[in-house]
Design a protein around this ligand. Structure first.
Ligand code: G4P
Length: 291
């Protein structure tokens, strides 16, 4: 489900997270490994007010592993521990309680020094819609807890879910909004399905995706659709449209009269991309690695 974010929603979402922050020790900031910055809330530092946190790059199974490694280093340089996971399959999700222990180590030590039995570390997952918050909560809990598609303002009783013996997780995640100022960010989010096509024109999104894939992942694109000709100039829109038309013909997206149905073709392109059928890809690389 996509939320249309208006200022009122943002204020409410922020207030809800800040209420939850009072209860917790550690924040698990969930980002999409394919686009960590575009899937990041622009006000996150201000919202978290210095709470200890880790960054978890979800859907790493869909992202380009070499680029994901660069993002891990990028966040490390920013002073935040980050690691990739795949919440659907459970890959590396156990690093979350392990990292929580590292972040909380000093407090645990203090409690031990005072002869107290350390209490469970309390965590909260935060992230934009569709990033995989509910999937991760269910995976960590080992059962179905969170209803997918939670919305800000839709409150339900909060409960603690035990993760092993040393951690507890709030069962409702903190829902954040993505950045909206930048059109490129909007397109990247739309390619992954985080913004639905009702908000952005589907043909524009598929055009953006094909242009990007042609530039950075041409071999996989070519192989998938057995394309014949690589565009020579990516800045000539017609050349990109020709690639889309070839894909449309290969997939039988033809209108009466024999013309390619670009809207239908765009749907095919985005479905296959999102399902990982065009291989693993990342939609952004840290700027520091591009210089
Ligand atoms: P949310 O609570 O943050 O809104 O996200 P949610 O868990 O509902 O996950 C959104 C979609 O992303 C789901 O797809 C879910 O299966 C998928 N997903 C979550 N984590 C991963 C992951 O690590 N890898 C992959 N490949 N997919 C993941 P969906 O059920 O198909 O829903 P929809 O997006 O088609 O509506």
């Amino acid at each position: 489900m996509t939320i249309q974010w208006f200022p009122g929603h943002m204020t409410r979402a922020r207030r809800e997270i800040q209420e939850k922050l009072k209860l917790i020790d550690v924040v698990i900031e969930l980002l999409d490994a394919r686009l960590p910055l575009s899937s990041r809330n622009p006000m996150i530092d201000e919202i978290l007010q210095g709470k200890p946190r880790m960054i978890v790059l979800n859907k790493a199974d869909l992202a380009d592993p070499a680029v994901t490694e660069k993002w891990v280093t990028y966040f490390k340089n920013e002073g935040i521990t980050a690691f990739p996971i795949d919440a659907s399959n459970g890959t590396r999700v156990q690093d979350i309680p392990a990292q929580a222990k590292v972040l909380f180590h000093d407090k645990i030590q203090k409690q031990l020094n005072r002869g107290m039995k350390p209490r469970a570390i309390r965590g909260l997952i935060v992230g934009i819609p569709n990033v995989g918050k509910s999937t991760l909560i269910n995976r960590l809990a080992g059962r179905n807890i969170a209803a997918t598609g939670d919305r800000p303002g839709v409150t339900k009783g909060q409960q603690w879910i035990k993760i092993g013996t040393e951690m507890e997780l709030l069962d409702t995640p903190g829902i954040l909004w993505p950045k909206f100022e930048d059109q490129e960010v909007g397109y990247r989010l739309a390619v992954t399905g985080a913004i639905k096509e009702q908000v952005i024109n589907i043909e524009d999104v598929a055009f953006f995706a094909i242009k990007y894939m042609t530039q950075y992942y041409w071999d996989t694109l070519q192989e998938r659709f057995e394309l014949t000709k690589k565009p020579e100039d990516l800045d000539v829109p017609d050349e990109i449209v020709q690639v889309m038309e070839e894909i449309g013909r290969k997939r039988g997206c033809i209108m009466s009269g024999g013309r390619v149905d670009l809207e239908k073709t765009s749907g095919v392109i985005l479905r296959e991309l999102r399902a990982g059928k065009m291989g693993r890809f990342s939609l952004e690389v840290p700027l520091s690695f591009m210089l």
